[in-house]
Design a protein around this ligand. Structure first.
Ligand code: ACO
Length: 428
């Protein structure tokens, strides 16, 4: 049997044979299907890219029907159990798990680059007292391009490597400073003795003590959450990173766009919305009424439920539930957990959610953990952006080095007015 697709165009009666490779046809092959020589040819119409592969990628594998997530072939459950976030970032970026010596060197280099330029502190001071930290993060990361003009040299491997280190090292510092700005506290400099997440907790929560000691359980829990958020193939923000990067702009500018995409309530802003939703519901007794309103389509969604790719339980949500137990053992149980559990219980039995294959996604429980750890809701998307930095850069670099990639530029079906003559203003 041939690996081809035979298409008959019923407009002309002509038949075309199109190659099928890796379960895909190339949309450009449709172009030869024309009604006459002047016809532009067929295009594939796919708003929101629900069935379009935009790239070949060797980084992350998802099987949404079976609830499988793998980074470079390793199951997420195994990575979350055994690896740190920096180890995971190394795996995503360089394709293999680091040896002990490679991990030590990677950790040393990242630690060395954690301090942002002093001028960054000055302009961060200029944001309004209540500025959303995600807004601060996205604009500050964009501004990094002005500090590192060498980042424009995107086809130089050495330059890409140094920008990668800068981003992974400095994003937590900027994120923590954005939080300190929101809370009106002085910025805390990185502590090189601490782990990646231990140092982040230090920069976020250090008070008057001379040396901040992160709680080991919270430090590890944050690390697990970071591992789970490190990459997720062609999601909205990664697609933004690749699309912006395809214009060959520097990675700081591209990543500012990716952070902006993540900020939205349908993406990384969802965990913030989950918490707001749980607070609005207020008590377990109000859950049935809330579910009823969601099903009636009264403008409400069950935030933290549903996923474009997962049509079964998000494997990350399962791990997060376990992490929540670990954290609550230290911080005390988050009172909103009961509402979340009841929502999940009802939704998993309800025909509306079952028939649409709506299951809890990664954001359903992460917000509860972050809240128990003392983060305000505004920090939730920021805590998503920090680990996703590794995934964004890995995907950006893969796109740059892929000889099939060009500037991302979709087509459209024009639905506007037909050609008409300009009407002078006095005759309109
Ligand atoms: N609550 C209620 N109904 C929902 C939900 C939800 N959370 N999600 C989807 N649906 C319904 C839709 O209304 C639609 O119903 P219909 O067929 O009767 O019209 C059906 O399920 C299919 O949903 P779509 O919107 O077509 O699915 P899509 O793949 O476009 O959206 C998305 C995926 C954006 C994640 C959606 O499920 C959603 O808005 N969820 C809530 C926000 C959220 O949790 N986002 C985080 C995603 S994970 C991440 O980004 C890290």
């Amino acid at each position: 049997m041939a690996d081809t697709l035979t298409i008959t165009d019923n407009r002309t009666g002509k038949t075309y044979e199109i190659p099928v490779q890796d379960g895909a046809v190339r949309a450009i092959d449709l172009r030869k299907i024309k009604t006459d020589p002047d016809d532009f040819g067929l295009i594939a119409y796919d708003p929101a890219f629900t069935n379009t592969g935009s790239c070949r990628s060797a980084i992350t594998f998802i099987d949404g029907d079976r609830g499988i997530l793998e980074y470079r072939g390793y199951p997420i459950e195994q990575i979350a159990e055994h690896a740190t976030h920096l180890e995971t970032a190394y795996l995503l970026l360089f394709g293999e798990l680091p040896t002990r010596a490679q991990l030590d060197e990677w950790t040393r280099v990242i630690t060395q680059h954690t301090i942002p330029h002093e001028n960054i502190k000055k302009f961060m001071d200029g944001y309004r007292y209540d500025a959303h930290p995600m807004g601060i993060l996205l604009s500050t990361v964009g501004a990094l391009s002005t500090f590192y003009p060498d980042a424009r040299d995107i086809f130089d491997a050495q330059s890409r490597r140094i920008q990668t280190v800068r981003l992974i090292a400095k994003v937590p510092s900027i994120a923590a400073w954005a939080y300190r700005h929101l809370t009106g506290q002085p910025y805390v400099y990185p502590d090189g003795d601490l782990s990646y997440t231990g140092n982040l907790l230090n920069m976020l929560f250090k008070g008057t003590e001379l040396k901040y000691q992160p709680h080991p359980v919270l430090e590890r829990a944050l690390d697990v959450l970071f591992v789970l958020h490190a990459d997720h193939e062609q999601n909205c923000s990664t697609n933004a990173m690749r699309a912006i990067g395809s214009s060959h702009v520097d990675p700081f500018s591209a990543m500012a766009g990716a952070i902006a995409a993540l900020y939205g309530p349908l993406h990384g802003g969802a965990n913030e919305q989950v918490l707001r939703m749980l607070q609005e519901i207020g008590s377990v007794d109000h859950v049935p009424a809330f579910i009823k309103a969601v099903k009636a389509g009264e403008g409400k969604k069950l935030m933290g439920f549903g996923h474009r790719v997962y049509k079964s339980y998000d494997p990350r949500a399962k791990i997060i539930k376990k992490t929540a137990d670990m954290v609550f053992a230290v911080t005390g149980r988050n009172p909103l957990l009961d509402i979340a559990l009841e929502l999940e219980r009802i939704a998993l039995e309800d025909e509306y959610f079952v028939s649409r294959k709506l299951y809890p996604n990664v954001d359903f429980y992460s917000g509860l953990i972050y809240q128990a750890m003392g983060f305000p809701v505004e920090m939730f998307p920021v805590l998503f952006a920090i680990p996703r930095t590794a995934g964004w850069i890995a995907q950006w670099e893969e796109m740059l080095l892929d000889s099939e990639q060009k500037i991302a530029r979709p087509r459209q079906i024009y639905t506007g007015a037909a050609r008409r003559d300009f009407v002078p203003i006095e005759r309109r």
